[in-house]
Design a protein around this ligand. Structure first.
Ligand SMILES: Cc1cc2nc3c(=O)[nH]c(=O)nc-3n(C[C@H](O)[C@H](O)[C@H](O)COP(=O)(O)OP(=O)(O)OC[C@H]3O[C@@H](n4cnc5c(N)ncnc54)[C@H](O)[C@@H]3O)c2cc1C
Length: 458
């Protein structure tokens, strides 16, 4: 066992969470010779990017794609030697509104969207274009997305198109979400249409994005880093080592209720701010910072993946504007092709508050309601087409970006200098996503290096 006083030892870092953020940070620090330990409460890595075997392939529990402008993750893919697996696809989208499916991939599709008066269709198109060009998001911070969309696109466009979409993502908080969030969506999707293309171009890693986590884990292992599965971090304290150094103790609990403590010179937490606030209770963080931690609200997500004998349609993405049990249907194999999946892959997903009774329904009940919804959208679909299915619940799936979020976002640099917070709530003004998780993982690792260097302990 290494003693605290051993002057020759490397700095040690404990990372909480083996999602893409935690593993990116872990790889970077291990490459610098840090002694890295990752604690993961699940029995596998990847977090929301985790995957399972289906047919001859791996597939994510939750649909994933990236955009052409996602330079951070593309950089990582390159560094990990996976560029040959990065494939780009022109995809077709649709919208289900007023009881029917509308193609919704191109500006012409918007013009043909008869649910809205013509003038509002034109205004909507112009708003999307305008948003793509807007560089300074600060002016949008104090406006709600709802108000901004009504002002720019018109009331009908808001009621029939945007309101269902905001509700789909933010449920009861939809009306309070900041215009910055919707601006970001327009910007991101616009960027994936650049080069004169009116159809969106999306990227997918052949063999699933779990390949990213696999290679990160391999590199971590090669560099002497460790990962422990089934270890849930429950407490975080600071103590002074015999040599006077500031150190941290992460207490973890295992499935059999036993507990184990780990000591480290620094900690990166990649979990939700609310979980972190509970974990760090003994640190007596300043009240204003704790308030920030607790003020972040998160939506949960339920995502079902189905393997089907037949395809549903030619669309990759179908946004559901009508009131149905799910808010998006994603036919993954309309992007990638069938590959070795042994069927057509379709995801059905919805975001919700955990106070919603749907959150506590059994998987079987959710399955029944989702299938009824699917039959409604695609009358040719029958439950007999289903080969198999799975359902994943993510408690902390999406932080709610309220107005003026920058003023109450808990910063990555916590008041405790050796502890960095690097969860989805630390991504702003962009919305959470793999690209920004990679960026944040790198920033957290850099910040740890600065702290260790500045601490004079090594
Ligand atoms: C429905 C949906 C669709 C999405 N689609 C896309 C997409 O198309 N493109 C895209 O770029 N992004 C997408 N995302 C977002 C993307 O999945 C996330 O941004 C990214 O995976 C976040 O990674 P993370 O490491 O920050 O968090 P997570 O993946 O949540 O990782 C955190 C890890 O911490 C672990 N953990 C939690 N508490 C503890 C504890 N106390 N102790 C130890 N471990 C703990 C968790 O088990 C988890 O493994 C989507 C997300 C959802 C919900």
């Amino acid at each position: 066992m290494i003693s605290d006083d051993d002057k020759t030892r490397n700095p040690s870092v404990c990372i909480i969470g083996a999602g893409i953020t935690g593993l990116t940070a872990a790889r970077q620090l291990a490459a610098l010779g840090y002694d890295v330990l990752v604690l993961e409460s699940a029995l596998n890595s990847g977090g929301m990017l985790s995957a399972f075997n289906i047919g001859d392939e791996l597939i994510e529990h939750i649909y994933h794609h990236i955009f052409t402008s996602d330079s951070e993750v593309l950089g990582l893919i390159d560094e990990l030697g996976l560029s040959a697996d990065m494939k780009w696809y022109m995809v077709k989208d649709a919208l289900f509104a007023g009881g029917r499916n509308y193609p919704f991939s191109t500006p012409l599709d918007l013009l043909r969207f008869h649910e809205l008066p013509l003038l509002q269709r034109l205004r909507t198109g112009l708003t999307v274009l305008k948003a793509g060009r807007l560089r300074d998001w600060h002016e949008l911070e104090s406006i709600t997305a709802a108000q901004w969309l009504i002002d720019n696109c018109g009331q009908d466009a808001y009621d029939k198109l945007w309101k269902p979409l905001l509700r789909a993502k933010f449920d009861q908080d939809a009306e309070e979400v900041s215009a910055v969030w919707i601006w970001n969506k327009f910007k991101l999707r616009g960027s994936s249409r650049s080069g004169g293309k009116s159809i969106e171009k999306l990227g997918y890693l052949d063999g699933s994005f779990a390949k990213l986590t696999e290679v990160l884990l391999r590199e971590l292992d090669n560099r002497g880093g460790r990962i422990l599965y089934g270890y849930t971090a429950m407490g975080l304290t600071r103590f002074t080592a015999k040599n006077g150094n500031r150190r941290y103790r992460v207490s973890s609990i295992l499935e059999d209720c036993s507990s184990i403590d780990f000591d480290a010179d620094a900690v990166i937490s990649t979990i939700s701010t609310r979980q972190f606030a509970n974990l760090a209770i003994s640190l007596s963080l300043p009240e204003d910072y704790r308030e920030k931690l607790l003020s972040v609200r998160y939506k949960a997500n339920i995502c079902m993946v189905l393997r089907l004998r037949r395809s549903l349609s030619t669309w990759y993405w179908n946004t559901i504007c009508d009131q149905l049990p799910f808010v998006v249907a994603v036919e993954h194999t309309n992007m990638t092709g069938i590959n070795g999946y042994g069927g057509h892959i379709v995801y059905l997903s919805r975001y919700l508050d955990i106070t919603d009774e749907v959150w506590t329904r059994s998987d079987g009940e959710i399955y029944q309601s989702f299938i009824a919804g699917l039959e409604h959208i695609y009358p040719d679909f029958s439950a007999n087409d289903i080969i198999d299915w799975r359902l994943k619940r993510s408690r902390y799936a999406q932080p709610v970006v309220f107005r003026n979020y920058s003023s109450f976002m808990p910063e990555m640099n916590t008041p405790e200098p050796g502890i960095k917070l690097a969860g989805m709530a630390q991504i702003y003004p962009e919305d959470r996503g793999i690209n920004y998780a990679v960026r944040l993982g790198r920033e957290a690792a850099d910040s740890i290096v600065d702290y260790i260097r500045g601490s004079g302990q090594f």
